[in-house]
Design a binder for this molecule. Structure first.
Ligand code: ATP
Ligand code: MG
Length: 261
């Protein structure tokens, strides 16, 4: 099993869209996949057809509370099946509360890892959709992960925020999870009509290319991709012959090629 955290503390860069469409892409390649939503916004749940995540009875929060308190639980608890063949564990607004209570918990950085280790025989890939911050829940995701995939939006030069993220990944690696790798940076929302993305890609390669894999395949800017987040389907079903579906299928193959499994 491989665990990939999809992280960037900048909001709206395509983390959730990438989590859903890479996850379902891996399912389409025959893999058993679980998506974990580590974000109180509940956007992943909405993308997978849950209209009101805040009304869900059981979420990641309940499961993590049980792990933190050493209460036994059913491994399937809270995990939902989405019709395109992917399993997911949603989250909602209650995750905000958990983030603050975790501060007082023993091994607070490893709660999510403890949970995921229990699931390792059930899945080939677990993808964690991180929230746009570097708080305790995101640290838990980085500690639980084998690698981090970083979506970067191609609208401006992401220099500073990206450096902070890479620094945090380095700290987690030194102090908590020495195996943690960077899966790569994927450029999202690329407008194929302009050369702007090419420029950003070149600058990313110059600045980080020596240490970090930069994915060959970029995710194009696509209205259809934006629509899927409210439509409750993946890009493969919603716009199967579009450029975004093609982009995510190519990213999926690159991730498969990158890793073992
Ligand atoms: P947050 O930080 O809030 O969790 P995020 O990084 O998860 O955001 P998404 O929710 O995936 O980002 O995407 C942000 C917005 O951009 C959404 O409205 C989504 O539909 C849209 N979007 C994502 N990918 C694309 C794309 N390739 N083309 C156009 N719009 C996109
Ligand atoms: Mg998101």
């Amino acid at each position: 099993m491989k665990v990939i955290a999809i992280a960037n503390q900048k909001g709206g860069v395509g983390k959730t869209t990438t989590c859903v469409n890479l996850g379902i892409g891996l399912v389409r390649e025959g893999k058993r996949v679980l998506l974990i939503e580590a974000d109180a916004q509940g956007n992943l749940a909405v993308s997978l057809g849950i209209e009101e995540p805040d009304d869900l009875e059981v979420t990641l929060v309940n499961v993590l509370e049980k792990v933190a308190n050493d209460v036994p639980f059913d491994l399937s608890e809270g995990i939902l099946q989405y019709e395109e063949g992917v399993d997911f564990l949603p989250a909602n607004i209650e995750l905000v509360g958990l983030e603050t209570t975790l501060v007082n918990v023993m091994s607070r950085e490893t709660i999510l890892r403890q949970y995921i280790l229990e699931l390792k025989d059930r899945y080939d890939y677990i993808l964690i959709d991180c929230m746009p911050s570097l708080g305790m829940i995101t640290i838990n995701a980085l500690v639980a992960a084998d690698s981090v995939l970083i979506p970067v939006e191609s609208v401006y030069l992401p220099a500073k925020g990206l450096q902070q993220l890479i620094k945090t990944i380095g700290r987690v690696r030194r102090q908590l999870n020495p195996q943690l790798e960077i899966e790569g940076i994927v450029l999202t929302k690329v407008d194929r009509g302009t050369n702007f993305a090419k420029d950003i890609l070149r600058k990313l390669r110059e600045a980080y290319g020596a240490q970090i894999h930069i994915f060959e395949n970029c995710i194009p800017l696509s209205v259809r991709a934006a629509e899927t987040s409210v439509e409750g389907t993946s890009i493969y079903v919603y716009a199967s012959d579009g450029i975004a579906a093609e982009g995510y299928a190519a990213l999926t193959r690159e991730v498969l090629f990158n890793g073992w499994s």
